[in-house]
Write a protein that binds this ligand. Structure first.
Ligand SMILES: Cc1cc2nc3c(=O)[nH]c(=O)nc-3n(C[C@H](O)[C@H](O)[C@H](O)COP(=O)(O)O)c2cc1C
Length: 338
């Protein structure tokens, strides 16, 4: 049996295979109120019909000021729960486990008004210059992640992923390139980790299901973070009840990323072996045999697919055929596979 189709369990949640749909912003909350729309009701359940084991929905803002765009999904209000619960129900009804990525864009927010970050440094001249967060604003943000986790639980999600990658708020605190604070949130790695530590503590207080963190393991810039440096932090994450590190890279500062098939897999492998902790590999993984190689060689535990699932929502069936795995198709589709 192909490892890609081996089952996996985390904190009592059973995953039917190792295929994860990576979070992808859809920017389809067209009334700019953070609510789920018909687009989400069709897009996500389609990937469940397509045989994906775990679908992690897009970066979902815990505060309006933390939206990447005004069309992001949100979870800052109880009014968001019903819409989220509906897509969860539709994904589960079609056989997938469900995850939500709780997010705050920090200095990469493009919403109206002031934006916030650890330090008052713009990403580049296309972005606004943020204000450096006060201690009170940090407290409010930590609380917002807690409240977001409570709402995610009420909506019925199986997994929470904290977005600490791609140069968004938490990543801005973790990296010395963007965090120039002189208080208890800046300087040493312990201090730069403090925001994430507090967020994980608060999420753990209200959430007992599988907990993932997405990191950018490599900043691709002098003086920035590297996978080796992240091992210390992922060890802290593990102590804080985190089950899996979803290992991405880049985007904390404008820097060129060398991109090729599996370009981030080595980072996932380093974190997995040195922490040790379960990891997800992501980034230009499109071929079933490549996915299988990563799992068979123990380089990661889950394969996260993003763009490939935009092109082919039924990738799991293609992969099963190629790897000789016998998987169940939805009953109405069975004749397509006989
Ligand atoms: C349309 C699109 C939206 C994305 N939105 C998110 C997001 O909301 N959160 C996130 O962590 N990564 C996001 N990403 C990054 C993907 O999750 C993934 O890490 C990246 O595309 C590399 O994987 P791939 O080569 O399989 O596409 C997005 C990527 C795409 C193409």
């Amino acid at each position: 049996m192909a490892k890609l189709f081996e089952e996996f369990e985390l904190k009592g949640v059973h995953f039917k295979n190792r295929i994860v749909m990576a979070p992808m912003c859809m920017y389809q909350s067209d009334k700019e109120d953070g609510h789920v729309t018909d687009w989400h009701r069709v897009h996500y359940p389609t990937r469940a019909v397509g045989g994906v084991g775990l679908i992690i929905t897009e970066a979902t803002a815990v505060q309006p000021i933390g939206r990447i765009s005004s069309r992001d999904l949100g979870i800052w209000d109880d009014a968001h729960i019903d819409g989220q619960a509906e897509i969860v129900r539709l994904m589960k009804a079609n056989g997938a486990k469900t995850g939500i990525q709780l997010a705050h864009a920090g200095r990469k927010a493009t919403v109206d008004g002031d934006i916030q970050a650890p330090s008052a440094i713009a990403f580049n001249d296309q972005y606004k210059t943020p204000t450096a967060m006060t201690a009170e604003e940090i407290d409010e943000t930590v609380q917002a992640f807690r409240d977001g986790a409570i709402r995610a639980k009420k909506a019925g999600f199986d997994v929470i992923e904290i977005h600490a990658a791609h140069g968004y708020l938490i990543n801005q605190f973790l990296s010395p390139l963007t965090n120039k604070r002189t208080d208890e949130y800046g300087g040493s790695s312990e201090n730069r980790y403090r925001l994430l530590r507090r967020i994980l503590d608060e999420v753990n207080a209200v959430w007992s299901g599988p907990l993932f963190v997405r990191i950018s393991a490599e900043d691709y810039a002098d003086g920035g973070m590297s996978p080796g440096q992240y091992v210390e932090m992922t060890q802290w994450m593990k102590q804080q009840n985190v089950d899996l590190i979803d290992v991405s890279s880049g985007a904390v500062v404008p820097a060129k990323i060398p991109v090729y098939p599996g370009y981030q897999v080595n980072f996932a492998e380093t974190i997995k072996k040195q922490t040790p902790i379960a990891t997800g590999a992501v980034g230009l993984i499109t071929e079933p045999r490549h996915a299988e190689e990563i799992l068979q060689n123990g380089r990661a535990d889950f394969i996260f697919l993003a763009r490939e699932l935009l092109r082919n929502p039924y990738w799991a069936y293609t992969a099963a055929t190629e790897l000789g795995a016998d998987i169940e198709a939805p009953v109405p589709y069975e004749r397509g596979w006989i």
